[in-house]
Each structure stands twice: as structure tokens, then as C-alpha cells.
Write a protein that binds this ligand. Structure first.
Ligand code: CAA
Length: 258
């Protein structure tokens, strides 16, 4: 496996765990970290032994406090254009389910990284926010779009224009955080969900994720069409045969990912 400087990659049974590992800088996302993260996620995405991926942050204080401000401070637009920002696109294209296990700060790019995930689990001390406005910029890794599609216009405007932090509990009430757990339990809970997902038929999981994401990217008409095609496609899988046969035979299905 590749050697990384700013992340740790582990495997727990069929779950990949990627830990952002710059705790003294609150796991601030410098260019190299985001490149390493996208490479690691792609490797795990290709690995047939892995069914689900958890992303978390090292240390007690942060998931990630955003893009690295020190690194960005003197950059020009052209530096940004050429500077590897498209690594975010690679994260967007990961096909396996991603779970964010958030502790402490998830700000700016940290909040946006959580928004790239499919399920968000947070410790009760987690704080989310898009404070870019306080730096004279705006979110650049999808924050305005994904928040608006999840929270609607008015809450998103408040988060993006004021730049204030919001608690995990408040975001859970608004439907952005799936589960809030006692402080320090975030990874345990994320792994519990990940292992449950790992039991599910992986091709159906992949096509289900793709269909749900289509709701954020297409019209209703196109989204329904995408869902229907994926639904029909799954009738070609061994796992569909096994799942339905197991139901009729009143036994537990053994999914093979075929
Ligand atoms: N970039 C670089 N370094 C960061 C950082 C960041 N985003 N966030 C924290 N750090 C560093 C601090 O500079 C500090 O380093 P030193 O000890 O070497 O000085 C260390 O992490 C600890 O941070 P603080 O001393 O600031 O800790 P605190 O408890 O006083 O404050 C905080 C915590 C409120 C999270 C504060 O660190 C903070 O506001 N961080 C910046 C948050 C932010 O603005 N994020 C958005 C970045 S822009 C972006 O993300 C663009 C995009 O859309 C992709």
C-alpha cells in the first residue's frame, strides 16, 4: 500500500478507515493531504475486499478545520487552478459508501468533506460551519451547492453568509447529520454502520448510491430514469437471485458481490 504523510489507512474486516492525520493543525486540508486522501479512497474503491469506507480525523479536536489557510494565503487564481483542487472531483466519484465520523471541528473544506460522504455520524461536541466568508472567500469544494440541496436556501444562506458554527445536534434536527453520539463514540458508531453496510449486496449498494446522488444532480425525470435503469440492471445479478431465493426459503442471504 502507498506510503502517506498526512493520512492513515487501515482495514477493519471489510471496512476501510482513512484518518486525516495532522492533529496539531486540526487536520487542515493542505494540497498533499487532499491528494493522498483521494488516492487512498480510489484504492479502497477498487479493492473488492472492501465494502464501505469511513473517513475520520486524528486527535480530540477536529475532523478537519478546513483548507490550509497558510498554504492558500499567497496563492493566485492561477495557482489555485493548477494546484490540484480537482482532487475533490476524485472524491466525488467514489462509488462505495463513505461515512464521515466527525469529532470536533468540521469547518470549511472539513464540512465540505463530510458533505461528500453518504452518512454523517458526529460526536456531540462536533461543530460544523462554512467560515470562508470571514477570510474574504466563499466555499470552493461544493459547500454552497450541497448545503443548499440538503438544508434549503435559508439555512444555507445563514451558514455561508454569516460563517457561524452549528452544532451536530442542530444539524441532526435539520437532516444533515444522521446520528449524534456521546463524545468519542463517533468512530465506533460509524464502524457499526459500516459493518452493517458491508453485509448488504455490494452491487446493489453501489447502484443505490448512484441513484440517490442522481437526485442532487438531475431533473426528476432523469433521476427516475436513472433509478429505473439501475433497478432493472440488478435483475442481472447473482445477489438478486440469492436475496430473493433466501427470502422464499426463509434463510439469511449470502451475498457474493456478483
Ligand atoms: N489552515 C491552517 N492551519 C489551521 C487551520 C486551517 N484551516 N485551522 C487551524 N489551523 C492551525 C492553527 O493555525 C494552529 O496552528 P499553530 O498551533 O501552528 O499556530 C492550530 O491549527 C490550532 O488552531 P488554533 O490555535 O487556531 O485553535 P483554536 O482552538 O484557537 O481555534 C478554530 C480553532 C476555531 C477551528 C480555528 O483554528 C479556526 O478558525 N480555523 C480556521 C477555520 C477556517 O476558516 N476554515 C476554512 C478554511 S478555507 C476553506 O476551507 C476553503 C474551501 O472551501 C476548500
Amino acid at each position: 500500500m502507498a506510503e502517506y504523510q498526512y493520512i492513515l489507512v487501515e482495514r477493519d474486516e471489510r471496512v476501510g478507515i482513512v484518518t486525516l492525520n495532522r492533529p496539531t493543525k486540526l487536520n487542515a486540508l493542505n494540497t498533499q493531504l487532499v491528494a493522498e486522501l483521494s488516492t487512498a479512497l480510489e484504492d479502497l474503491d477498487r479493492d473488492e475486499a472492501i465494502r464501505c469506507i469511513v473517513i475520520t480525523g486524528a486527535g480530540e479536536r477536529a475532523f478537519a478545520a478546513g483548507a490550509d489557510i497558510e498554504e492558500m494565503a499567497d496563492k493566485s487564481p492561477i495557482d489555485m487552478l493548477l494546484g490540484g483542487f480537482e482532487a475533490w472531483e476524485r472524491i466525488r466519484r467514489i462509488k462505495k459508501p463513505l461515512i464521515a465520523a466527525v469529532n470536533g471541528y468540521a469547518l470549511g473544506g472539513g464540512c465540505e468533506l463530510a458533505l461528500h460522504c453518504d452518512i454523517i455520524v458526529a460526536s456531540e461536541n462536533a461543530r460544523f460551519g462554512q467560515p470562508e466568508i470571514l477570510l474574504g472567500i466563499i466555499p470552493g469544494a461544493g459547500g454552497t451547492q450541497r448545503l443548499a440541496r440538503t438544508l434549503g436556501k435559508y439555512r444555507t444562506m445563514e451558514m455561508v453568509l454569516l460563517g457561524n458554527q452549528i452544532s451536530a445536534r442542530e444539524l441532526a434536527e435539520l437532516g444533515l447529520v444522521n446520528r449524534v453520539v456521546p463524545q468519542g463514540e463517533h468512530l465506533k458508531e460509524a464502524l457499526k454502520i459500516a459493518k452493517e453496510l458491508a453485509e448488504r449486496p455490494p452491487i446493489a449498494i453501489r447502484l443505490a448510491k448512484e441513484a440517490v446522488l442522481a437526485a442532487f444532480e438531475t431533473s426528476l425525470e432523469e433521476g427516475l430514469e436513472a433509478e429505473r435503469k439501475n433497478f432493472f440492471l440488478l435483475f442481472a445479478s447473482e445477489d438478486k437471485r440469492e436475496g430473493m431465493r433466501a427470502f422464499l426459503e426463509k434463510r439469511r442471504a449470502q451475498f457474493q458481490g456478483r
